[in-house]
Ligand binder design. Structure first.
Ligand SMILES: [Zn+2]
Ligand SMILES: [Zn+2]
Ligand SMILES: [Zn+2]
Length: 317
């Protein structure tokens, strides 16, 4: 178990040989249901627990391999947590009440704050993988948190471009994108007083929508209580639209992009949520093939404005 440095792409790889030996759970057993193992029987709405098979740990073992100048490695220091969204086994985030989703957002905020305070945590990454097609084996609604000892590469790129834009124009890149999307209108899926959801002009996946707070904030901790209610509401709306699109519980990856927690200041960064749904049409999956994986270039075989309209017209009830 260690972090290995890729000197060509200049990024860390999280190696954890142990994780592939995760035991198969018995059929009909759910470790996240109330009363099983360390999960309290009652008295909770949302819960954060340590990941039983973490790839990052506060007390990582010494790397097995030797580090040298070319092949660097370091201990996998960090934290992996599981966030349980509800005691109800047969639900999804989309089914939960606004109060329940608001409680989840409060928990996300607390975990971001608590984990971010630790000196070895440079970035708190909150996410959800949903659906068997994505490889999720536990149906109980849950998400995860990885508290990284480094700033992940995608975030680094976003920080770099927004820093440059800020320097050049004195404006936030993300705020400017929101303005542009509001002006164009055609890719907006839904919005409320405090949040807006759209399929960006430069969408990477047919249903890869983004959600932004309209106010310039860098992290969950900057949101007011009523903004968090608006956030819960827009989350539920987009998830309902997803589910109604093909009349199925829609699989997705959902990630929260917030400022790093390395004690530097990032006034140019703007918190947002990104979705990575694997479907491109009913019963059709978008596969990342050679051009995406081997060249790092996305191919988008649809018209973003048409995909946005499909989602906008999908019912929310
Ligand atoms: Zn369960
Ligand atoms: Zn902004
Ligand atoms: Zn982002």
């Amino acid at each position: 178990m260690e972090l290995r440095w890729d000197p060509i792409l200049r990024e860390w790889i999280i190696v954890s040989g142990e994780r592939s030996k995760r035991p198969l759970l018995p059929e009909n057993f759910c470790p996240f249901c109330p009363g099983s193992e360390e999960i309290p029987k009652s008295g909770w709405t949302v819960l954060s627990i340590p990941n039983k098979f973490p790839s990052l740990r506060p007390d990582p073992p010494k790397p097995d391999v030797k580090s040298d100048k070319l092949y660097r490695c370091k201990p996998s220091k960090g934290v992996c947590e599981v966030i349980i969204y509800t005691p109800k086994h047969d639900a999804t985030l989309a089914d939960l009440s606004l109060e329940n989703i608001k409680a989840l957002i409060d928990l996300w905020t607390n975990r971001f704050e608590e984990l971010g305070k630790r000196d070895y945590v440079k970035y708190v990454f909150i996410f959800e993988n949903k659906g068997r097609v994505i490889g999720v084996t536990l149906d109980h609604p849950h998400g995860q948190i990885y508290a990284f000892p480094f700033i992940p590469p995608l975030i680094k790129r976003e920080l770099e471009s927004s820093r440059r834009y800020w320097k050049r124009s004195g404006k936030c890149l993300f705020c400017t994108i929101i303005e542009k999307e509001k002006k164009d209108r055609v890719r907006i899926i839904c919005e409320n007083e405090d949040f807006i959801c759209f399929l960006p002009f430069f969408a990477r996946l047919p249903y890869g929508v983004h959600i932004y707070p309209k106010r310039h904030v860098g992290a969950l901790t900057d949101l007011t209580d009523s903004e968090k209610v608006s956030f819960a509401s827009i989350l539920k709306r987009i998830l309902r639209k997803f589910d109604n699109l093909f009349n199925m519980s829609f699989p997705y990856m959902m990630v929260l992009h917030q400022r790093p927690t390395d004690n530097r200041s990032y006034p140019y960064y703007h918190f947002h949520v990104e979705f990575y749904p694997p479907y491109r049409e009913k019963d059709k999956i978008k596969h990342f093939a050679s051009v995406e994986n081997g060249a790092g270039t996305i191919t988008f075989d649809y018209v973003p404005e048409e995909k946005a309209r499909e989602l906008r017209n999908s019912p929310e009830t």
